[in-house]
Design a protein around this ligand. Structure first.
Ligand code: FMN
Length: 167
């Protein structure tokens, strides 16, 4: 069974969370492929909150050109999508990825957002994924990957059980 994890991370929090999910899934005997989708033109590292490009792309859901977005989704028995929240929305690279693959993936999908505020951003992303006809099973909003380990463990258990049912 293969789980594909597609994520973007600018300052490292989402990357850390993805590493944790990957290790937990592997411990359950699941094969995990992790893909970092990045814009061909990466965002400048400093003053992210003042970056007008980020504001524009996030609010307007502007598609960005991606590196590493041609993932063979047919090889993924489940898909985990993880993204930082920028101005209340999924990061533009992830939004571009899900838009690009709309209607092309029917296996179970899980989404995990990371943010600074304790707001349920994942439910918003879930609605957007469902509008794009993804088969969303569960979504999780995370503020601190270290403090939210219980929630992440629960998600991993859910993914593992779902895959076992399907095998
Ligand atoms: C431009 C920008 C906009 C952000 N907007 C929000 C927001 O609307 N709500 C929130 O809780 N956090 C917001 N954040 C904080 C990030 O979502 C949070 O730090 C995230 O976990 C970073 O993930 P990363 O380290 O993987 O890049 C924003 C951060 C940046 C840089």
């Amino acid at each position: 069974m293969n789980v594909c994890v597609v994520y973007y991370s600018k300052t490292g929090k989402t990357r850390k969370l993805v590493e944790y999910i990957k290790e937990r899934l592997k411990e359950s005997g699941i094969n995990v492929n992790v893909f970092l989708v990045k814009p061909t033109r990466e965002y400048f590292d400093k003053f992210l909150h003042l970056n007008p490009r980020i504001l524009y792309e996030a609010l307007m859901r502007k598609p960005v050109e991606l590196i590493n977005s041609d993932i063979k989704l047919e090889n993924c028995d489940a898909l985990v999508i993880s993204t930082p929240v920028w101005w209340g929305a999924a990061s533009p690279p992830i939004y571009s990825f899900i838009t690009k693959h709309t209607g092309k993936y029917s296996n179970p999908v899980y989404c995990v957002t990371t943010a600074d505020l304790n707001v349920d951003y994942a439910s918003k992303l879930r609605r957007e994924l469902e509008d794009m006809k993804y088969n969303v099973v569960d979504c999780l909003s995370v503020v601190d990957p270290d403090k939210d380990r219980d929630k992440l463990d629960k998600l991993v258990k859910e993914i593992t059980e779902k895959l076992q049912q399907r095998s």
